[in-house]
Design a protein around this ligand. Structure first.
Ligand code: UT7
Length: 373
């Protein structure tokens, strides 16, 4: 039987840090509220595009695997903050990497995009359709954040990471997954202004309003992540005690604690990045996975569990058998150019560009959706 081993991994975190204190300079919030309600202390703001961020992460992942970009059969770009709708963003990454033999597709399931992308690439390798793939989780959310909405603006951050999958006869990589979606809750997270429904000119494209029912998302996330985890564990014949490390989606520390409790896992087994990076949507799980490897938290041949949820309201959990190797084969000097402005200066510029100060929301609210919810 063919499996899809994870042979390479790399991340690229934008260097500009936006602290809770920075946020408190322009919105009615404070470090105490944000850190006790969410666990977040700071997040990153990208000064480059999603393709540029994921390019550096991908070059690092390829060096780690010891694979040339021209050997890739497929690139899957998991994100909900694509640089453009058309052409797709994976093609931009393919071009920048010189991965001339790779098919290139975007997958958007919001925060679960990397994990749905992983399932897609894993399945194509396991059926023999392809032999290698690059799977990316990347978000550049700061430019379309509604920085006037403290309910959401404190939660998110930018980042990117990538993994390389290669066909293997050893039983490793994704052993099983459970994917699902509570579509009746899709209205709980909607970014008005980012899709073609808004291209009519009724509003300035890119000016956003976030519909966000935090408490409902919280409840659904706990149920979805724990249900998916219990399902995949029992189908694969494993219990929570067999898991070496849980690498969950990180939207709120309290959500993670609830899920761990429901699964009967101690928090010692959970790898956290939320304090430093906030919720990076699709980038969260792969960045955490890379950091867990860097910190020696992934044992050779151990089992990992990656419960996650995202807008839609999508949810999933993957059971992954890590391979023998937990260190990179090689490194690279490729890096981002340094930012010329601080994170706070970039955010103030985004706000000024959109003219959001004191704006009317009538245009955005007037956009009608044909479907419901
Ligand atoms: O990947 C999908 C992303 N979605 C999520 O991660 C959402 C999951 N939900 C959550 O993480 C939590 O529901 C939140 C962190 C969003 C909110 O926490 P909460 O404990 O559910 O707070 P709340 O919404 O009940 O708000 C409590 C209070 C409210 O004030 P009043 O009405 O009690 O006077 C809010 O206005 O906290 C206020 N508040 C804030 N105060 C200071 C809301 N946001 C802030 C803020 N700073 N940033």
């Amino acid at each position: 039987m063919t499996y899809a081993a994870i042979t390479g991994w790399g991340k690229c975190m934008p260097p500009a840090v936006l602290s809770n204190a920075d946020l408190a300079t322009f919105m009615d919030t404070d470090d105490e509220w944000i850190s006790t309600r969410t666990g977040i202390r700071e997040r990153r703001v990208s000064h480059v595009s999603g393709v540029d961020l994921s390019h550096v992460a991908s070059v690092r992942a390829l060096a780690c695997a010891g694979l040339a970009a021209t050997d890739l059969d497929l690139i899957v770009y998991g994100s909900c903050s694509n640089d453009e709708q058309i052409p797709n963003t994976a093609s931009g990454l393919q071009y920048k990497l010189g991965a001339t033999h790779a098919a290139a597709m975007d997958v958007n399931t919001a925060c679960t995009s990397f994990l749905y992308s992983l399932s897609t690439a894993n399945a194509l390798i396991r059926t023999g359709a392809i032999k290698s793939a690059l799977v990316v989780g990347v978000e550049v959310i700061a430019p379309f954040m509604d920085w006037h909405n403290r309910n959401v603006a404190v939660l998110f951050g930018d980042g990117a990471a990538a993994v390389v999958l290669q066909a293997s006869e050893r039983p490793e990589g994704v052993l099983g997954e459970k994917l699902g979606c509570y579509a009746d809750a899709r209205q709980t997270l909607r970014v008005r202004g980012t899709g073609l429904a808004y291209a009519s000119g009724a509003v300035t494209y890119g000016d956003t309003l976030w519909d966000f029912d935090g408490q409902e998302i919280f409840k659904r996330a706990v149920v979805g992540m724990s249900h998916a985890s219990a399902d995949v564990l029992s189908r694969c014949g494993h219990g929570i005690d067999d898991i070496g490390l849980i690498v969950p989606h990180q939207a709120n520390l309290r959500i993670i604690e609830f899920v761990a409790r429901k699964l009967g896992a101690s928090m010692d087994k959970v790898f956290l990045t939320i304090q430093r990076y906030g919720n990076m949507s699709a980038a969260t799980v792969p960045v955490a996975l890379v950091e867990a490897l860097e910190e020696g938290r992934v044992a050779p041949n151990s089992l990992l569990l990656t419960p996650a949820f995202g807008g839609g309201l999508t949810w999933c959990s993957h059971l992954i058998r890590w391979g023998e190797r937990t260190t990179p084969r090689d490194g690279t000097d490729v890096d981002l150019p340094p930012p010329t402005r601080s994170a706070l200066e970039m955010v103030r510029q985004f706000m000024a560009n959109k003219g959001t100060a004191g704006r009317s929301t009538a245009g955005l609210n007037a956009v009608r959706f044909a479907e419901s919810p």
